[in-house]
Design a protein around this ligand. Sequence first.
Ligand SMILES: [Zn+2]
Length: 136
Amino acid sequence: MALCDQGYLCDVCGQEVETIAESDLYLRYVIGEVDPETLHSTLERHLRCNPTLAQFIVADGFEPVVVAGFFGKSQLDPAFVVTEEARVTRGYRRLQELPTPGSLILEYPLPEVQARWRDHLKSQPDDQGIALDSGF
Ligand SMILES: [Zn+2]
């Protein structure tokens, strides 16, 4: 589970996803949409190559992504957009801080997501392929 396993190619554009900071896969992991068991079997993409999610990133240094059509923010419920922007942008900010020295990959997600995985693993003691080291 070493994160220095780099060299994954983007499923959309075919270019290398060079850092976790530009990885759509790890953003979705941080915000709890990809679970730890499937992290390494899920295709890698750049943030910008998944515009329907990237459009919710509102942060300095991230050029806004605009999606045309049905899945664009302008077509969505404004309350939903506000909630998504808060959630996805928080995940993006956390992603920019990773990896922190000595952190385990299970410590990458947002705190509420970590709590959710912990409950999930606890409730399925025979179904985990993951070693929960210290820190929990
Ligand atoms: Zn790409």
